[in-house]
Write a protein that binds this ligand. Sequence first.
Ligand SMILES: [Zn+2]
Length: 299
Amino acid sequence: MHRRFLVALAICVVSLAAVADSRDIDSFARKDKERTCATPHPSDLEAAAMEDHHRELSDRGGDRFRVGAQATTVTVNVWFHVITNTSGAGNVSDADLADQLQVLNDAYSGLTGGANTKFRFAHAGTTRTVNNTWYAAGYGSAAETAMKSALRQGNAATLNFYTNAPSTGELGWATFPSSYSSQPLKDGVVCDYRTLPGGTFSPYNEGDTGTHEVGHWVGLYHTFQGGCSKNNDFVADTNAEKSPAFGCPAGRDTCTTKQYPGSDPIENFMDYTDDSCMYKFTDGQAARAASLSGTYRGL
Ligand SMILES: [Zn+2]
């Protein structure tokens, strides 16, 4: 919802080809310009096991694991990794990156209208790489592995934010906090560079793809993770939602039985609505993110 540098929007033919990946909930029906996030959903069983593991670590670790969760705010160091092709495409400016960082800080501090989470973001550095293969790297590709292995900086608490143009069509993807210990080099967030503030991927060009993917990185699921179910996204104050919402469908309510009251959380950063529609995290998401990031990232 940060709107400082909303420039004239070029009309861009956005080819969002379907990604055939059975692990990926984002195999929902797609059409041009529908948000796609390739962050994989765990199955219900996997999600439950992850919750158990997190509880066990939190209980066992006490302050060692949860020290960060007690702090009022914590600053996340952010490394941007800008990938361009040999034609120069993808070459976002330092000002564009600063705008993206501002969008994150506005969103996570509640300035756009949601919860004031504990997370603040500071620029730690930028790398710039010309590489046609990495420029087109999609989720789960060998190119993704090579790119991240070569460029990643810092530790579990460091946010590595890659920008490129995934040939597979997704706007972005991220890794969860609990994945760090087994795959530290894969850790981070990837966003199509055209989703940055002022980019050409209207209506996803206000930087909230970054906000959404960083949401996964601090431990949040999609608001529709478990559909109409008790656990859903493991956050009590986001109403259950059966499937992703696109556009900005006010009043949408896909879980209609009485145990799931309230309309869909279309205004939540972890749904699939347009950037101009999503503006908030909830207090429950702020608490969950603090706990997961405290446990697995030491944040
Ligand atoms: Zn997502």
